[in-house]
Design a protein around this ligand. Structure first.
Ligand SMILES: C[S@@+](CC[C@H](N)C(=O)[O-])C[C@H]1O[C@@H](n2cnc3c(N)ncnc32)[C@H](O)[C@@H]1O
Length: 209
């Protein structure tokens, strides 16, 4: 009986929500994906309404969805498995912590941040993910020439996003490619249905970084 209790549970090999072995060591991407491919990351991916579709359309790229709520990641898992996606994984962790401590440096070719919580009250704005520290985190996470794609419904947050990137000379402003803009998120569809437009911005890290 004692020996039986010592056996640890067999991890479900099909569960797309990856259990981190450590939250103090950078992750080993080879453990997440059966095939090494270029990587893209979505921060605050929600129920993966965007990411599951984007991963289906881009089988030659690996994708990680970072999300703090388990229930939303379970939806990523269901969507990814239903579509048979080998190139999608979810991680339950705080986004800034993930960039700072867990993602190996320069490991991703793109960061997608769509409809991050806007924290509209002035006294709560320090909780916003895209703040003056974000360009430095993005610079550390991105491969040279890597791109950041941002969307929001909130004009005040949009102005903050564009201001912090305007103050980061290693990033150049880009247009969001139409094929990317076409793939909408769950929150985006809700906002657009209420007549609230999507505000988009995109930036590219210099190739010299
Ligand atoms: C407004 S929802 C948008 C979800 C999705 N991107 C979309 O557009 O449908 C924001 C999501 O980010 C997650 N989130 C908020 N702050 C986070 C953080 N610091 N780290 C990880 N996830 C976060 C929330 O749980 C939520 O699912």
């Amino acid at each position: 009986m004692a020996a039986a209790m010592a056996i640890s549970p067999i991890p479900d090999p099909l569960n797309l929500v990856y259990e981190l072995a450590s939250i103090v060591e950078p992750m080993d991407l080879a453990e997440l994906f059966p095939v090494a491919r270029p990587l893209e990351v979505e921060l605050g991916c929600g129920d993966a309404s965007f990411l599951a579709e984007y991963a289906r359309l881009h089988p030659a790229t690996n994708f990680i969805g970072v999300e703090r709520l388990l229930g939303r990641l379970q939806k990523l898992d269901r969507k990814g498995r239903r579509a048979g996606l080998e190139n999608l994984r979810g991680l339950r962790i705080e986004s800034a912590y993930f960039l700072r401590y867990l993602l190996p440096p320069h490991a991703t070719t793109a960061l997608h941040v769509y409809f991050p919580d806007p924290w509209p009250k002035k006294k709560h704005r320090r909780h916003r993910l895209i703040n003056e520290s974000f360009p430095a985190l993005a610079r550390m996470a991105l491969a040279p020439g890597g791109r950041v794609f941002l969307r929001t419904d909130d004009l005040d947050y949009f102005e903050q996003m564009t201001a912090v990137f305007a103050g980061a000379p290693e990033f150049t402003k880009l247009e969001t490619p139409p094929a990317l803009a076409e793939i909408t998120t769950d929150f985006e569809r809700d906002f657009n249905a209420q007549g609230i437009p999507t505000l988009r911005a995109a930036y590219q890290l210099s190739h010299l970084n």
